[in-house]
Write a protein that binds this ligand. Structure first.
Ligand code: PLP
Length: 374
C-alpha cells in the first residue's frame, strides 16, 4: 500500500496503541459477560466500572452520570428522543440548522410524532449567539440541543452561555460534543449542561462505542428495553473492550491535550501560510474560534469533489463540504446554514489534522493543492 496521508481526523481517528493493548484481554481472555454473577464476570465488570470512573473524571462528571452507548449517533438519538418521549405535554425542542444528521434526523423523527422542533440559524462564522437563542426560546421549550463544535467547519459554540439561557427558561440543555471531547477541555459542571454526547473513535478509541453524560435527576426515558445494563436505561450486553479502549484513549488525550493542541495549531499555521505563499486563493470557514485541526477551505470556482478525488489519487485523504451528484453539486446543509456564497461552497474541502499528522503531511497537501488549483 502506498503511503497514506490521512487528513480526515474529524471523520475518524487512528486507534491509540495503548487503547488497542488495553482492549485485547477483553476480547481474548477476559471475555465473560459482565452481567453474569460468577467470578469469570468479575474482571469485565470491574473494567467497565473503572472506565466509567476514568471517563467521568475526564469531563467533571460523576461516574453514575456516564452511560455507555454505541457512539455519537446513539447518544444524540437518546438525548433528543429520550427527553421528548418523557414529556407528555409535547413542549418544544430547539436545535440548530447545522447540527450533525444524528441530531437533525432525530428531530425530524420526533416532529413526525407531533413534538414541535424549532431551528436556530448560525451567523456567517458558524456561531449561534445567546441572543439568537433568546429570541426563539419560550417557557414552552423543553430541550435545547446545540453542538459543541461543528464537524464541517469546526466553529465552537458558547455552550456555557447558551446553556444559561436555556436554564433561565426552565429548559434542559444537550450538547453534541462528539468533535470536541478529547480535543479541548470539557467540564460538564462548569458548562452546566444536562446531557453531552461523545464518541470514542473521534478521540483515538475504538469505533462503535461512545457515551452520553446525563446529569443526575434529568427526566429521560429508557433508550432500549431488555436487561439491566446501564441501570436499565440502555439494555444490551456491554462492549467491554470498546468501553475500555474509550477510557484509555480519552485519558491519554486529556493528559496530552495541550501538547497535541500546540502541535496541531503549528500544522494549521503551516498549512494556511503555505496557501498564501503559493498564492492559492481561498477562504477559511468557521470564524475565529475553531477546533484545533478542523480546517474548512473554500476555493473560488473550484469543485470540492474533484479536489477530493485528485488528492485521493495522490494518496491524501480529506473530506468535502459538497457532494457531486452527476451534473449537480449538492452543497452541504452546514455551508448552506452559514450562507456561504455558492461559487465558494462548491469548491469546499475539509482538512482535519490530528496529533499523528506531521509537517511532511502538510507539505504534501500543499503540493497537491497547488497542482490541482494551478
Ligand atoms: N455528531 C457529530 C458532531 C459528528 O461529527 C459525528 C460523526 O461524524 C456524530 C455525531 C456521529 O458519531 P458516530 O460516528 O459515533 O455515530
Amino acid at each position: 500500500m502506498k503511503h497514506l496521508i490521512y487528513a480526515d481526523n474529524a471523520a475518524t481517528t487512528q486507534l491509540d496503541i495503548e487503547a488497542f493493548e488495553a482492549m485485547k484481554p477483553y476480547l481474548l481472555q477476559e471475555y465473560g459477560n459482565a452481567s453474569q454473577p460468577y467470578s469469570f464476570a468479575r474482571q469485565p465488570k470491574k473494567a467497565i466500572q473503572e472506565a466509567r470512573e476514568t471517563i467521568a473524571s475526564c469531563i467533571g462528571a460523576l461516574p453514575e452520570e456516564v452511560f455507555f452507548t454505541s457512539g455519537g449517533t446513539e447518544s444524540d438519538n437518546w438525548a433528543i428522543k429520550g427527553i421528548a418521549f418523557q414529556n407528555y405535554s409535547h413542549r418544544g425542542t430547539i436545535t440548530t440548522a447545522f447540527e450533525h444528521h444524528a441530531v437533525l434526523h432525530a428531530c425530524e423523527a420526533i416532529t413526525r410524532l407531533k413534538y414541535p422542533v424549532d431551528y436556530l440559524w448560525p451567523d456567517k462564522n458558524g456561531t449561534i449567539t445567546p441572543d439568537t437563542l433568546r429570541q426563539l426560546i419560550t417557557d414552552q421549550t423543553l430541550l435545547v440541543s446545540i453542538m459543541y463544535a461543528n464537524n464541517e467547519i469546526g466553529s465552537i459554540q458558547p455552550i456555557k452561555e447558551l446553556c444559561a439561557v436555556a436554564h433561565s427558561q426552565g429548559a434542559l440543555f444537550h450538547t453534541d460534543a462528539v468533535q470536541a471531547v478529547g480535543h479541548i477541555n470539557i467540564d460538564v459542571k462548569e458548562l452546566g449542561v444536562d446531557m453531552l454526547s461523545a464518541s470514542a473513535h473521534k478521540f483515538n478509541g475504538a469505533k462503535g462505542v461512545g457515551f452520553l453524560f446525563i446529569r443526575k435527576g434529568t427526566p429521560i426515558s429508557v433508550y432500549s428495553d431488555g436487561g439491566r445494563q446501564e441501570k436499565g436505561f440502555r439494555a444490551g450486553t456491554e462492549n467491554v473492550a470498546g468501553i475500555v479502549s474509550m477510557a484509555v484513549a480519552l485519558k491519554h488525550n486529556v493528559d496530552t491535550l495541550e501538547k497535541n493542541r500546540q502541535h496541531i495549531l503549528g500544522l494549521e499555521k503551516q498549512l494556511i501560510e503555505g496557501l498564501y505563499t503559493r498564492e492559492i486563493a481561498f477562504i477559511r470557514n468557521g470564524g475565529e474560534s475553531t477546533l484545533p485541526g478542523i480546517i474548512s477551505l473554500s476555493f473560488p470556482n473550484a469543485n470540492g469533489e474533484t479536489i477530493l478525488h485528485r488528492l485521493d489519487l495522490m494518496g491524501i485523504a480529506v473530506s468535502t463540504g459538497s457532494a457531486c451528484n452527476s451534473e449537480i453539486t449538492e452543497i452541504s446543509h452546514v455551508l448552506r446554514a452559514i450562507r456561504l456564497d455558492e461559487s465558494f461552497a462548491k469548491g469546499t474541502i475539509r482538512i482535519s489534522l490530528g496529533k499523528n499528522n506531521t509537517k511532511d503531511d502538510v507539505d504534501a497537501i500543499l503540493v497537491g493543492l497547488k497542482k490541482i488549483l494551478k
